[in-house]
Design a protein. Structure first.
Length: 79
């Protein structure tokens, strides 16, 4: 058995919540402890694809190659 120290006003509030459900404080706390949050599905992770979806489709490999050619056209010729 575990002893938990609470201020009297908090203990009274917990007893009142238990009484609203027709349970003793011990039974109500036992019920709370048995309710498992492990059964909940995990929150889905946001992928990079999902975060960037608002910007539209990614460029194709051909578009990337064309952009590289335009960007580096004449690079190093002035040396």
């Amino acid at each position: 058995m575990t002893m938990i120290e609470l201020p009297d006003n908090q203990a009274a509030a917990l007893k009142a919540k238990a009484a609203l459900q027709g349970l003793t404080l011990q039974a109500w706390l036992g019920k709370l402890a048995e309710e498992s949050t492990v059964d909940l599905p995990p929150k889905p992770l946001k992928t990079g694809r999902g975060m960037l979806a608002k910007y539209g489709p990614a460029p194709t490999a051909e578009e990337i190659d064309e952009n590289r050619k335009d960007m580096f056209h004449g690079f190093g010729e002035s040396f």
